[in-house]
Every structure is written in structure tokens, then in C-alpha cells.
Design a protein around this ligand. Structure first.
Ligand SMILES: NC(=O)c1ccc[n+]([C@@H]2O[C@H](COP(=O)([O-])OP(=O)(O)OC[C@H]3O[C@@H](n4cnc5c(N)ncnc54)[C@H](O)[C@@H]3O)[C@@H](O)[C@H]2O)c1
Length: 370
């Protein structure tokens, strides 16, 4: 373990050897953390983890892709505050801030296709505003970046040194490029203004609180399996992904908040699975008799994604612990407890589950001329 925080806050309060504040900026709490995007899937788990360990949390979210249900659950914790605001505007957070975790951004393919300009704004203006909040308060700043930085990678597994193979003008570029800019401006704030910035590159993560029709393969397979509809496989299903369970990922984000590592640092589970293997595992865990339905492979769909997480091990002492069987079983249980949502989503899932591409546009050649 290295890079735990041993710094003095501008307010003069000391940081303990464990990286936690000795003299809290807010009485009764360890740290005061602003989580942008805290009403979303990852953000709500992160807020919960911070609250459980005794931090005060201010969640800033415009609920564009997040859910009230997540905010309501968090309201049960002492120390939780919610600010409904858009991070691309001058959002109101007053009082001392020890850390800012910037997660606010549409993140799933159907969301960033529906909100292309908003996605670019969240990564650019939103990141600048969140950085300014950290700069004004002398706080730690952690950017939730993404493995999409690597695009369709030509190097396996992906280390942080790899610069990526990204299409800067395709439909998914609104997400990829917004995150590339977010990384660039965060690192410039670190170098030029001395803000204590850390960048994490998150690889595919799954778990309870995902939305059934969010277009991600895990949720699509589980929804299809539980509703007895065919599981949609693109191509021959031999493309691989690696999936990290949300509890593991959140442990990594918290470790990054508590460190002074700059990164970028990959966070993800390096165990690769083909889509066919994943489909079979989901069918086994759900006991479903759903068939597999094969569709043409979308354009630009990465054939492999696998993080090299040695740096996270060295800097944060972090590695994933939850097996795919365990994590998927917990996720299946969450979805199975919400039958009405599943039934409502079942029809739209096959259309939503693509990794960021418009199949009709791809087959008509529109993307090639984009
Ligand atoms: N889930 C993953 O596998 C994954 C992988 C890589 C990176 N990430 C990153 O992690 C972050 C969270 O992803 P998620 O999966 O929880 O997505 P999500 O859509 O569930 O959460 C994003 C949250 O940000 C909020 N938001 C979006 N734009 C906003 C704005 N302008 N102002 C305020 N709030 C705004 C949404 O309402 C939502 O609550 C994103 O930055 C995403 O890029 C996630």
C-alpha cells in the first residue's frame, strides 16, 4: 500500500495515518464528500459505502439517468444530503468539502445516444465545475473515467500506458471523447493548479440497482432469462468482456479517494468471459429455458476488453474479490424481486442491448460516412 493521504487541509485540520481526517471539517463525521451522479447505479453504492463508514455525503444529481428510489434509500442515513442540480451549471454546494467524486454522466449506450450533447457537457463543463469545487476547497478530486478511453484496443490486456484506438466522430464518440477530455482537464488541474486529482478508469461493472433496459449485456441477459424471452447474442458470441461486481468496484473508488495517487488507474475484474459463456451462466443461475438468438455484430464493437490491474494493486492494494457466480447470483436476486419492472422492460431489452451502436444505421452504411 502506498500513497495514503498525509496532507494538511487548507483549513489546518490534520489527516490521520489511515488517510482519514483527525479533526473533521463537519462535527461528527469523518469526511465530507460530494458525489456527483450519486443517484445513479455506481454513485448510489458509493454514497452508501461512504455513509456506512461515517462520512457525510452530498449527492449532486440532475436525475437524468439516476433514480429517485436510490435517493430515497440514502435519505435513511444520517449525514446524507441531496442537491438536485445539473453539474454543467454552477451547482450549489456550500461549506467545507474534503473530497469530490465526479461520476455525473450518462453512461449506458442508450442513455448517451439519447443525450449526446448532455453527455459531452457533463464530461467537459461538468468536470470543470466539479474540479473548481475541489480547487476552492483544497479537496481530493476523483474522476470516474472509463475503459472506453481504450476504444477497440489493439493491446491486451489494457495497461494505463496504452493510449487507445478510438473513433473520435462515431456515435459513441460523445461518451468516449467526453471522458478523454475529462481526463485531460483533470490532469491539467493537477499539473497546473495543484489540485489533488486522481483518475480511475472503470471497466464494465454490474450489480443490483442497474436498470433492466440500460443496454448493458448483464442486465439484458438477466431480464431476458427471467422473462423467458430469447437472449440476444451479437455475432457468434465469442467476443469477450470482463465484469466487475459493484461492491469490489466501490471499494476501489473509496481506496482512490483515500489515496493521493494521480493515476489513471484501471479498476475492473480481469477475468474474461465470452458472451456465450456469460449467457450460459445466466441461464444456469436463473434456471431459465430461454433460447439464444443471434444477431449481426454491430460496427465498432470491441472484440476484447480486459484490464491490467497491477497498478491498482501496487497503489491502492486493491483487487476484486467477488466471483462472477456470486455477483451474478446477487444481481439475479435483485432483478427477480422486481417482476413488474422486468415485464415492462422485456420488450425493449433486445433493442437496447447493443454496445453503443445503431444496428440499422450500421447496416445501411450511415456510420461509415459519419
Ligand atoms: N457502470 C459502469 O460499468 C461504468 C463503466 C465505466 C465508467 N463508468 C462511469 O461511472 C459513472 C457512473 O456510471 P453509472 O453506471 O452509475 O451510470 P448512471 O447513469 O446510473 O449514473 C450516472 C448519474 O449521473 C447523473 N447525471 C448525468 N448527467 C448529469 C449532470 N449533467 N448533472 C448532474 N447529474 C448528472 C445521472 O442522473 C445519474 O444519476 C459515469 O461517469 C460512468 O461514465 C461506469
Amino acid at each position: 500500500m502506498s500513497c495514503l493521504r498525509h496532507r494538511c487541509h487548507p483549513s489546518g485540520s490534520a489527516i490521520s495515518w489511515l488517510g482519514r481526517r483527525v479533526v473533521p471539517s463537519v462535527k461528527g463525521f469523518a469526511m465530507r464528500v460530494v458525489v456527483t451522479g450519486g443517484a445513479g447505479f455506481l454513485g448510489s453504492h458509493l454514497c452508501e459505502k461512504l455513509l456506512e463508514r461515517g462520512d457525510q455525503v452530498v449527492c449532486v444529481d440532475n436525475l437524468s439517468t439516476g433514480q429517485w428510489e436510490n435517493v430515497d434509500r440514502l435519505r435513511g442515513y444520517q449525514g446524507f444530503g441531496f442537491v438536485e442540480a445539473d453539474v454543467t451549471t454552477d451547482f450549489p454546494v456550500f461549506g467545507p468539502v474534503d473530497a469530490v467524486a465526479h461520476l455525473a454522466s450518462p453512461a449506458s449506450p442508450p442513455d448517451y445516444h439519447r443525450l449526446p450533447l448532455e453527455t459531452l457537457a457533463a464530461g467537459s463543463r461538468g468536470t470543470e465545475n466539479a474540479l473548481e469545487l475541489a480547487r476552492r476547497n483544497g479537496s481530493r478530486f476523483v474522476l470516474a473515467s472509463t475503459s472506453e478511453i481504450y476504444g477497440d484496443p489493439l493491446v491486451h490486456p489494457q495497461t494505463e500506458e496504452y493510449w487507445g484506438n478510438v473513433n473520435s466522430i462515431g456515435r459513441r464518440s460523445v461518451y468516449d471523447e467526453s471522458k478523454r477530455y475529462a481526463e485531460a482537464v483533470s490532469m491539467a488541474y493537477r499539473r497546473t493548479l495543484g489540485v489533488d486529482v486522481g483518475v480511475i478508469r472503470i471497466f464494465n461493472t454490474y450489480g443490483p440497482r442497474m436498470r433492466p433496459q440500460d443496454g448493458r449485456v448483464v442486465t439484458s441477459f438477466i431480464t431476458q432469462a427471467l422473462t423467458g424471452t430469447p437472449l440476444t447474442i451479437y455475432g457468434a458470441g465469442d467476443q469477450t468482456r470482463s465484469f466487475c461486481y459493484v461492491d469490489d468496484l466501490v471499494r476501489g473508488i473509496v481506496a482512490m479517494i483515500d489515496s493521493d495517487a494521480g493515476g489513471p488507474v484501471n479498476l475492473g475484474n480481469p477475468i474474461e468471459r465470452t458472451m456465450l459463456e456469460l449467457a450460459e451462466l445466466v441461464l444456469r443461475l436463473t434456471g431459465s429455458k430461454s433460447s439464444l438468438e443471434f444477431h449481426p455484430l454491430p460496427q465498432d464493437d470491441p472484440t476484447r476488453r480486459q484490464p491490467d490491474i497491477s497498478l491498482a494493486g501496487d497503489l491502492l492494494g486493491w483487487e476484486p474479490r467477488v466471483t462472477a457466480e456470486e455477483g451474478l447470483a446477487r444481481t439475479v436476486a435483485w432483478f427477480a424481486s422486481r417482476p413488474a419492472e422486468l415485464i415492462a422492460a422485456a420488450d425493449s431489452v433486445a433493442g437496447a442491448q447493443f454496445e453503443g451502436h445503431d444496428l440499422a444505421a450500421a447496416s445501411s452504411g450511415m456510420l461509415r460516412s459519419a
